[in-house]
Design a protein around this ligand. Structure first.
Ligand SMILES: [Zn+2]
Ligand SMILES: [Zn+2]
Length: 362
């Protein structure tokens, strides 16, 4: 039976033009899934898309982070992408990218987040998985995972795409070594996810840097052993503090999650000899930044960039939240819950730097 549902969706028609529209949501085709959105995560990249910093070929439903409840399974869908049986009514968390499995990166390098033919967003005249909406239709190939009973949907959406992105980044950087000294620049969702992962990995010290007292408090709750307020410390003071907690050497791993280019020369400076510098937040900060590249050579540094995440990182993120939801206050990360008619305010809150996680709650 083909049911046609109707649902509201926040459509980005063109840069700066967000409209709440009613869209038809037909029954899923074979291999696809229709879910009712419980929470759509509001992400910094949504702000950049709305501003028109990325060329979108067509109007889209905004939002790539979501958790929801399965409404209807397409033919042949019996389990999630980790083999767990699913049925209508189950809660799921999904990866918004369906890799093609036919390109160089998918086949030869098995780096699905570099797939050259994956789509993040479909056009709005077809079933789409933009999550600022009542419903999503997850296409075949977009990995989704059943949220374990006892783990709240808010705990899972709290880190949105941030924890998966950090998991992939840390994987690219070769992991976080036990007893290492870690510095995290920026304590938005990506930075807080990095702080938590460093803590869980057995880092000796985790130093978090941000200008927001709210975010620094959250960093402490997620495992930071010391926090440095950008507003009340100088660059030299921060360097001295990081060296003081690391036996004078500096950080073994610096994770950039700030989105500010000025963080880059400071991050290089905070690195110990033989350290790695993982850059995540500078994704949307195109431009030039002066720094002294000789430091990279003289200190044997490794610079690692990373973007997006793959299905398995979404799986692992959900598992980490499920395992540790009593140790960390995931739900407390969510500071604002907005209706679909409040999309513009939600994006403004993200830009303010004063919010924790902002979510859409249709
Ligand atoms: Zn591909
Ligand atoms: Zn995101």
């Amino acid at each position: 039976m083909n049911t046609i549902r109707k649902g509201r969706a926040v459509v980005l028609e063109r840069p700066e033009s967000l409209v709440l529209r009613e869209l038809c949501v037909p029954s899923p085709s074979a291999g696809a899934v229709v879910a009712r959105v419980e929470y759509g995560g509001v992400c910094g990249s949504d702000v950049h898309m709305t501003k028109g910093e990325f060329n979108l070929p067509h109007a889209i439903v905004l939002g790539h982070e979501g958790v929801g409840v399965i409404e209807e399974l397409g033919e042949g869908v019996l389990h999630d992408y980790a083999g767990v049986n699913v049925t209508a009514g189950d809660r799921i968390y999904w990866c918004p990218i369906a890799p093609c499995h036919k390109c160089w990166y998918c086949t030869i390098e098995k780096d699905f987040s570099s797939c050259t033919q994956a789509t993040w967003f479909g056009p709005v005249d077809k079933p789409t998985w933009g999550s600022y909406a009542d419903f999503v239709t997850l296409p075949e190939g977009a990995a989704f995972f059943r949220i374990p009973d006892g783990t709240t949907s808010e705990a899972v959406i709290a880190f949105g795409c941030a924890l998966p992105a950090v998991l992939q980044g840390v994987e690219r950087a070769g992991g976080i070594k036990p007893l290492s000294h870690v510095v995290v620049q920026g304590c938005g969702p990506i930075g807080l996810a990095a702080v938590m992962l460093a803590k869980l990995s057995g880092a000796a010290t985790v130093t978090a840097i941000d200008a927001s007292p709210l975010r620094l408090r959250l960093a402490e709750q997620f495992g930071a052993t010391s926090v440095l307020d950008l507003a009340s410390t100088s660059l030299d003071e921060r360097l001295a503090r990081v060296r003081a907690v690391s036996g004078g050497r500096g950080a073994d791993l610096v994770i950039e999650a700030s989105g500010h280019r000025s963080a880059f020369p400071e991050g290089v400076g905070l690195c110990a000899r033989n350290a790695a510098y993982l850059l995540i937040g500078l994704w949307a900060s195109q431009g030039e930044q002066p720094f002294d590249p000789s430091l990279i050579v003289q200190r044997n540094l490794r610079l690692i960039g990373t973007q997006y995440a793959q299905g398995r990182h979404y799986h692992d993120a959900m598992k980490i939240v499920s395992l540790h939801h009593q140790a960390f206050p995931f739900e407390a990360l969510i500071t604002h819950r907005c209706g679909l008619h409040e999309a513009r305010q939600a994006l403004g809150l993200v830009t303010s730097g004063q919010a924790g996680k902002v979510v859409m709650r249709p």
